[in-house]
Design a protein around this ligand. Structure first.
Ligand SMILES: C[S@@+](CC[C@H](N)C(=O)[O-])C[C@H]1O[C@@H](n2cnc3c(N)ncnc32)[C@H](O)[C@@H]1O
Length: 341
């Protein structure tokens, strides 16, 4: 998964093939509507108002969220000193520069691109659909023990192969899962959060992604795990089909993020829909008169995509961690599910 996504010049995220948006392989909440970024701006503004200087966005895609957030924070008179983007893809970095200079020309000077996380920072760190792109390890239960699924060559084709995995390399997984059960773990996600925890002196980390708490993630019926590939808006489960040309993802185990060794306070965990409602999406929608159908209808349809439990509203979650900031956060003021992690 690491090679297929990140091999220099060949990986999906490093070869200029990553296609986000209506004409690409998949779309994301900031691409669905500016309502997403405008709501998040209200949460970010509260945190900047607590004396946090910068925003750091991980994996900014086409740069749409950055442009929307900057524009909205300007309207809220709460601009960050710097908007810093950590992006692995040189191609996407160039697209971000272009889009931000077109959509937020006055604010582009505040944006800078990082090669690595800063050693120490006071920031609001945000990401949308980045944790699911971090390489996972795939496991299979056989004769009551966990084997790791790796990749081999068989008749010149890529194929799965199992190998023994030391129990010490595995997190606590439910003991009662049956033989033939397959699933994933994400040491890379926990490690990223650990790094953020080590470097963040003051501020918050707000992560949006699709996934579940451990109890649902490792449910006996989810016996084929969550590894998914996306190619031209078609989702399928075969990561060997077009290595480097298709996205490969796995759902996020939010309990594992909460439990990771990061030393940050857990500030909230809820669904995307609840977060957006808490941040005022219905008020933003109401700013456009329903009688103005040409503007209202597409906005209402986008809100439906972001909020509906049948679309992005429930599968997508948001989790927030912090250090030296005052809770509660507005995005979790109602319907916080942190106790379920
Ligand atoms: C699924 S896209 C989401 C893009 C954007 N956040 C959005 O919502 O439209 C994943 C993004 O994360 C970037 N990315 C993937 N792995 C990364 C990593 N380890 N560090 C930083 N960025 C990463 C990709 O290049 C891409 O910009």
């Amino acid at each position: 998964m690491h090679l297929a996504l990140y091999a220099p010049g060949l990986g999906y995220y490093s070869a200029g093939s990553c296609k986000i948006g209506a004409g690409g392989d998949f779309t994301t909440a900031p691409e669905v509507s500016p309502l997403f970024g405008r709501c998040l701006a209200r949460q970010v503004a509260d945190l900047l108002n607590q004396g946090v200087d910068d925003i750091i966005e991980l994996g900014a895609g086409r740069g749409t969220l950055a442009a929307t957030l900057l524009g909205e924070l300007e309207s809220l008179q709460q601009l960050p000193a710097r908007y810093r983007i950590l992006e692995v893809s040189a191609d996407l970095r160039a697209r971000q520069q272009q889009l931000i200079s077109e959509r937020a020309p006055r604010l582009a000077a505040r944006v800078e691109w990082l090669q690595t996380l800063p050693e120490s920072c006071a920031a609001v760190v945000i990401s949308n659909e980045v944790i699911d792109a971090l390489p996972v390890r795939r496991l299979r239960r056989e004769q009551g023990r966990w084997l790791e699924l790796g990749v081999t060559l068989s008749d010149d084709r890529l194929a799965w192969a199992t190998r023994a995995t030391p129990a010490t390399a595995l997190p606590d997984l439910p003991a009662d899962l049956p033989d033939d059960y397959e699933t994933e773990i994400s040491p890379a996600a926990s490690a990223l959060l650990g790094e953020l925890g080590r470097r963040l002196q003051r501020g918050a980390v707000i992560l949006f992604d699709y996934g579940f708490p451990a109890r649902e993630y490792y449910h006996p019926q989810r016996n084929r795990g969550t590894l998914m590939c996306h190619y031209r808006h078609t989702a399928h489960g075969d990561p060997f089909l077009w290595p480097g040309l298709q996205d490969i993802t796995a759902h996020v185990d939010f309990s594992a993020l909460a439990r990771a060794d990061h030393g940050l306070d857990l500030l909230g965990y809820t669904s995307q829909a609840q977060f957006l409602i808490n941040c005022g999406i219905t008020g933003l929608l109401a700013e456009v008169p329903a009688a103005d159908a040409a503007r209202y209808a597409p906005l209402a349809a986008a809100a439906q995509t972001l909020l509906s439990p049948a679309e992005m509203g429930e599968l997508f979650k948001v989790i927030a961690f912090g250090r030296a900031v005052l809770p509660p956060l507005r995005g979790f003021i109602s319907g916080d599910r942190a106790h379920r992690l």
